[in-house]
Design a protein around this ligand. Structure first.
Ligand code: F6R
Length: 248
């Protein structure tokens, strides 16, 4: 696991965007795994800037998102489909039909999740997967206790995650947050050829030290990334504040 510590959120975001841009230039039809939430917003802004100012071309890029709230249609302003359109896809030259976000209103969600896994494989597998991290160490919506062999499925959200997503940034009231989601599993994420996890703010410092320096455990799903052959953790100084070793 490679760890990169940057002074600011902006630098963390630029570092991560650069890794994605390098791949897109080298392999124009690459398959990207994307995340939502507060953490990647500035990274997406940087990719939009690179598209507009440097001609970064997304016309052949394929994307798969990590997760979606169960029951929310894609046009709901808190759905992850809406978030992705609003924060990235509407501002670059990606073909919408090449962007896959789990459908929260699928008729048979279990079957639908199996189909999502098959589609990822059929399109060649994910080249780079972007991840944020929950304060409890979750990746995608794989909450503590999620097994290493888990795949895309219906999951229950913890009270902590529901609270974190209704702190005023996203949903206004915890009662409005769906209690379940569709989420890629730990095994789905581990199959990506490269994984980039980004984290900023001191609220992530505990989760980051457990992920990077703790033992691998289902109690901290992100710790499984220690076993990945090409995982990179990019953090700002606040998220890095509890690390005991010095990283570049
Ligand atoms: C989002 C996702 C989640 C978030 C995590 C951190 O697609 O999979 O695991 O990455 O909850 O969220 P923020 O970035 O809002 O702190």
């Amino acid at each position: 696991m490679k760890v990169i510590v940057k002074k600011t959120t902006e630098q963390m975001s630029r570092e991560a965007a650069q890794i994605f841009a390098d791949l897109i230039r080298q392999k124009p039809n690459c398959v990207l795994g994307l995340a939502t939430g507060g953490t990647p917003v500035k990274m997406y802004q940087e990719l939009i800037r690179m598209h507009k100012e440097e001609g970064l071309d997304f016309s052949k890029v394929i994307t798969f998102n990590l997760d979606e709230y169960l029951g929310l249609p894609g046009d709901h302003d808190q759905s992850y489909r809406y978030f992705m359109n609003d924060n990235l896809f509407n501002h670059i030259n990606i073909k919408k039909e090449n962007t896959f976000v789990l459908n929260g209103t699928a008729k048979d969600p279990k079957l639908y999740c199996e189909g999502y896994e098959m589609l990822i494989k059929a399109l060649g597998g994910i080249d780079i997967q972007l991840l944020g991290i929950g304060g409890n160490g979750h990746i995608a919506f794989n909450e503590p206790g999620s097994p290493e062999n888990s795949r895309t499925r219906i999951v229950d959200l913890t009270k902590e995650t529901i609270a974190a997503n209704s702190d005023g940034r996203f949903f206004k009231d915890p009662k409005d947050v769906p209690t379940q989601a569709l989420s890629m599993g730990v095994a789905t994420i581990m199959e990506a050829r490269k994984v980039v996890l980004i984290a900023n703010k001191s609220s992530k410092a505990d989760a980051i030290v457990k992920t990077v320096e703790g033992r691998v455990s289902v109690d901290v799903p992100a710790s499984f990334l220690q076993k990945h052959k090409d995982s990179v953790v990019i953090v700002d100084e606040d998220a890095a504040s509890k690390l005991s070793k010095t990283y570049a």
